[in-house]
Design a binder for this molecule. Structure first.
Ligand code: HEM
Length: 151
């Protein structure tokens, strides 16, 4: 039936199949490693002060990761690799990122910068646009936790 296949090739294929089957049969069963189950952090949906959210940076894995933007707090725990320790945007975690996002800045001075509606009016048109786009991004993608409580 397979006359067109040279006999050597048939033998070669047969040997490969036998070696593969022997490998499968003889290799020791891999130890069962249970995957680490990380419980989704439970938290109250309420207003938090900026002081309170400092604990929500992803350092304590039992707590969620929050970011405050223009008076709203978002739960970004779903993106732990981005916002948790070692993540590219960990800087924003547990902080008010309003001015950083408006100015495309990673500078400490812009983090938790106390803004007012009036100070945001002084941003350039591009910065206002950028902030608006980020707010749209966060509100579409992440759960709103509450407002920033003003003490
Ligand atoms: C050279 C400039 C930049 C590069 C190459 C860059 C690259 C990236 C990449 C690859 C992502 C996707 C990350 C992920 O999904 O894990 C991302 C997301 C993001 N970037 Fe940047 N970025 C830059 C500048 C900035 C600046 C200046 C800001 C604000 C200050 C910023 C804020 C963000 C934020 C908030 C996200 C969203 C992460 C999320 O929630 O999914 N980026 N960026």
């Amino acid at each position: 039936m397979f006359d067109f296949i040279p006999e050597e090739a048939v033998w070669a294929i047969l040997i490969i199949v036998i070696i593969y089957l022997l490998k499968v049969i003889l290799s020791p069963a891999k130890d069962f490693v249970p995957t680490k189950v990380v419980q989704k952090p439970v938290y109250e949906k309420r207003d938090y002060s900026l002081e309170e959210i400092k604990d929500f940076k992803g350092i304590d894995e039992t707590k969620p990761i929050f970011i405050a933007i223009k008076g709203k707090i978002y739960d970004v725990t779903a993106k732990k690799t981005t916002y948790g320790p070692g993540g590219s945007y960990h800087l924003f975690a547990g902080n008010d990122a309003t001015v950083c996002l408006a100015k495309s800045s990673f500078e400490e001075v812009d983090l938790n910068q106390p803004w007012t509606n009036q100070s945001l009016e002084e941003l350039t048109a591009d910065q206002k646009d950028s902030l608006k786009n980020w707010i749209d991004f966060f509100s579409e993608r992440y759960t709103l936790v509450g407002n920033v409580k003003t003490e």
